[in-house]
Design a protein around this ligand. Structure first.
Ligand SMILES: Nc1ncnc2c1ncn2[C@@H]1O[C@H](COP(=O)(O)OP(=O)(O)OP(=O)(O)O)[C@@H](O)[C@H]1O
Length: 291
């Protein structure tokens, strides 16, 4: 079952990642973090120390959509902080992202994120894992940027004032304070993508699935986001066609026809993947184009 716009599904709650108390004091325009749980501090000082052995676990997952098998026999246990997913168009990467976040219930098999059955236990799932969709129009539902960012925070149980302050803080972090009242309709596609990314990151989830997070973003914005993502504590599962954005990743999974084709150390898998894609390129990707 595919869902349409699912804002709450990009709402991995702070509580689930140990953020019991994060308050912002608004004082003369200055917003400062004044309290964090000990657990959160511990996580900030060394995410790997508190990381459970399996953050995401898929067992024998099978999925057909509209009568066509899309994912088959998928067994994956992810515990690394940085996991890339690559594969050709239509290989099943975005579907896998939706399965991981519980947005699509599988036909058979199990999907757990930090011990939560994400398709069944939706309440816990939205506290545990967030997703940045490939297409921002699948994510955005509010007319203004500030409202869009505040909505997820409200879903976490924050007061209107707190949500607004945190939304502003997120905009400030990305140098986009002037966007708060901006109508989303007036943004370019790349700018909308940035809004979605800011909305997910503002929620500080334990696991974030990024489906082509840099689509449509210009080079400086991409680079500053890349640096920002590199510093984040949560587990990142990053789907991309731009293999350079997986620089420094620990593990890469190459999906083909809904199956794991290759899975291992990032450098090795990417070398093989690039070599295979270059071979495909010399065969003109099957388009039969004229010389
Ligand atoms: N709702 C659906 N109903 C039927 N088929 C679907 C549906 N959603 C996706 N598919 C099919 O599943 C396959 C995998 O799609 P998916 O979007 O997961 O691929 P992808 O690897 O993310 O591709 P891309 O790199 O182009 O984004 C495709 O053949 C697609 O046509």
């Amino acid at each position: 079952m595919l869902h349409g716009k699912q804002p709450s599904l990009c709402i991995p709650m702070l509580a689930a990642c140990g953020w019991k108390s994060l308050r912002l004091r608004v004082n003369g325009g200055q917003r400062r973090e004044v309290a964090k749980s000990n657990k959160a501090k511990k996580r900030m000082s060394g995410a790997s120390q508190t990381r459970p052995s399996a953050v995401v676990r898929l067992s024998n997952v099978e999925l057909a959509l509209a009568g066509t098998r899309i994912l088959s026999g998928l067994d994956l246990t992810l515990s690394e902080r940085r996991v890339g997913i690559v594969g050709r168009n239509g290989s099943g990467k975005s579907t896998l992202a939706r399965v991981m976040t519980g947005l699509i219930a599988v036909d058979s098999g199990e999907v757990e994120v930090m011990g939560v059955d994400v398709a069944r236990d939706r309440k816990q799932a939205i506290r545990t894992i967030g997703i940045l969709f490939q297409n921002p129009d699948h994510q955005i539902i509010f007319p203004t940027v500030g409202e869009e960012l505040a909505f997820g925070l409200r879903q976490q149980g924050r007061s209107k004032k707190e949500a607004r302050a945190l939304a502003r803080a997120a905009l400030e972090r990305f140098g986009r304070s002037e966007w708060e009242e901006r109508s989303i309709e007036t943004l370019s596609q790349g700018q909308k993508h940035l809004v979605c990314l800011m909305a997910v990151l503002a929620l500080e989830p334990a696991v974030i699935v990024l489906d082509e997070p840099f689509t449509g973003l210009d080079i400086p914005t991409t680079r500053s986001l890349q640096r920002y993502l590199d510093r984040l504590a949560p587990t990142l599962v990053h789907i991309t066609h731009d293999v350079s954005s997986l620089d420094g990743y620990e593990r890469v999974i190459w999906i083909e026809a809904g199956k794991v084709h290759r899975d291992g150390a990032a450098g090795e898998v990417l070398d093989e993947y690039l070599a295979a894609m270059t071979r495909e390129d010399t065969a003109d990707a099957g388009f039969g184009l004229p010389d």
